[in-house]
Structures are given as C-alpha cells and as structure tokens.
Design a protein. Structure first.
Length: 235
C-alpha cells in the first residue's frame, strides 16, 4: 500500500506546493505517495463559516475551535484508519530523521495544520493528536511545517531516491553530520580539492570522510556528539 498523507488545513491551496516539484513531485505523479487535503472551514456550522474564537481567559489572538476540528477529523477519516495523527505545533516533540524513517515504513500520516494562537487543547486530547515540532521558532501556520515533515518522509519511500547509498551517509543517519563535498573544477578561485579525494585510495577516502564528519559534528553539534560518544561506548 502506498503512503497516504491527509492534511487538514485552512489553506488547502498551499498543497502540494513545493511537494509537487522535483523528487517528491515525481513520486506523487508516479503514485508512490498520495495527498489529500481537507478544508477545515468546510466543517464550520454557522453562516459565517467561522472556525476560531477568542481565547478563554483572555489574551491576544484567536483559537481554532475543538468542535469544528473534531468534526473535520471524524467526517473525513474512517474510524479504522490506521495512520498516526499529528498536530504541527512548536510545543511538540522535535521531528527527527529517525521519526521520518518510522513514518516512511508505515501507511501514511494525518496532519493537522494549526493557525492563529493555536488549537483548543480538548480536541488534541480527545482525538489523541501527537504534537510535532519542526524547530524552536514560531511559524505563522502548520502548513510549511507539514511540508517539511512530509518532504523528509517522502524521499525515504522505496523507489523515490535513485541512489540508495546517498541516503545512508547523509547527516543524522549515522548520528553524525555529513562530511564536506567537492566536485569539478579541480581548482576554484585558487582553492583545491583535498588530495586524498583524488587519490583513488578508497580506504583513505573513507577514513578522511569519517574524520571530517566527526570533526564537524563535534564543533557544530555538541548535542549529537555527546549521543554519538555514548553509543560508541555501548559497542
Ligand atoms: N501560540 C503558539 C504558536 C502558534 S503558531 C505557541 O506559542 O506555541 C500557529 C500554528 O503554526 C501552530 O498552531 C502550529 O500548527 C504551527 N507552527 C508554528 N510553529 C511551528 C513549529 N515550529 N513546528 C510545527 N508547527 C508550527
């Protein structure tokens, strides 16, 4: 069965957007994944089709109503739908490469995109939405976050990436950032390519790349480096 993404949003026209181009776009055309958008506003009940209201307790902004979002979920999904349900949220657990792998091996994902100040807590609880964040910054809505998450998953689906190996040395896959890359020309503005990479010695090349990956990870991401050192001790 193919990976199916259902996205609940107030801005369905934003999709597929960038996901309709390049690698993910070709995969969409080839039917490797499937995209459905659900307009949350279609489930509003009043004549103004309003979906938000003022926050209980006061304060700035508006809150997406629980009853309307619940109806959108209930009426657009079957009760036996096995897909995990997510709410994009800066409060959520951080999305990671390992979660991208987990999702890529499953049936798909249901993704709710928040807007305004956020979503009424009761629908998050009542429908068991898993809150997922794409980083420690605030976006104006969940749509770009959903696209980030989907893009990371789609490129891992079987048949999407041509060169399987390019996936395996990627940053985060081995708990390290990736080594630097070089290609022709041999000299660019007086800068050369490290000799080892043109030596043809594959063992040396592998060692150099590994050393660079470790150096960069240690310098730039002490958090990843600490994890990596811990795992090393276990082996
Ligand atoms: N008041 C909220 C932010 C609301 S931003 C707070 O302080 O936590 C509006 C919507 O954008 C959110 O409901 C969420 O769906 C989305 N969003 C914003 N930043 C995000 C992030 N870093 N990761 C995932 N979704 C995000």
């Amino acid at each position: 069965m193919n990976f199916k993404a259902s996205v609940l949003t107030l801005y369905p026209d934003m999709f597929p957007g960038p996901l309709g181009q390049a690698l993910s776009g070709r995969a969409l055309e080839r039917g490797i994944w499937d995209l459905e958008t659900v307009q949350i506003r279609d489930f509003a009940t009043d004549k103004h089709r309003s979906v938000d209201d003022t926050p209980a307790g006061g304060g700035a902004g508006m809150v997406l109503r629980a009853d309307i979002l619940a109806r959108a979920l209930d009426e657009s999904l079957s009760v036996s739908d096995p897909r995990p349900r997510f709410l994009m949220s800066p409060r959520g657990r951080p999305f990671t490469q390992s979660e991208a792998h987990d999702l890529a091996s499953g049936p798909g994902a249901v993704i709710v995109c928040g807007r305004f100040e956020g979503v009424d807590q009761r629908v998050i609880d009542a429908r068991g939405l898993q809150e997922i964040s794409v980083g420690d910054y605030i976006l104006s809505g969940g749509e770009l976050a959903a696209m980030v998450m989907l893009d990371a998953v789609i490129r891992l689906l079987p048949g999407v990436m041509g060169n399987q190996e390019s996936g395996e040395t990627e940053s985060f896959e081995a708990g390290l950032l990736e080594h630097p890359h070089y290609t022709r020309p041999a000299v660019f503005e007086g800068r050369t390519i490290p000799d080892v990479l043109t030596s043809g010695n594959h063992k040396k090349i592998h060692e150099w790349r590994m050393a660079e990956a470790e150096r960069l990870t240690r310098a730039r991401r002490p958090d990843l480096w600490a994890e990596y050192m811990k795992e090393d001790d276990v082996d």
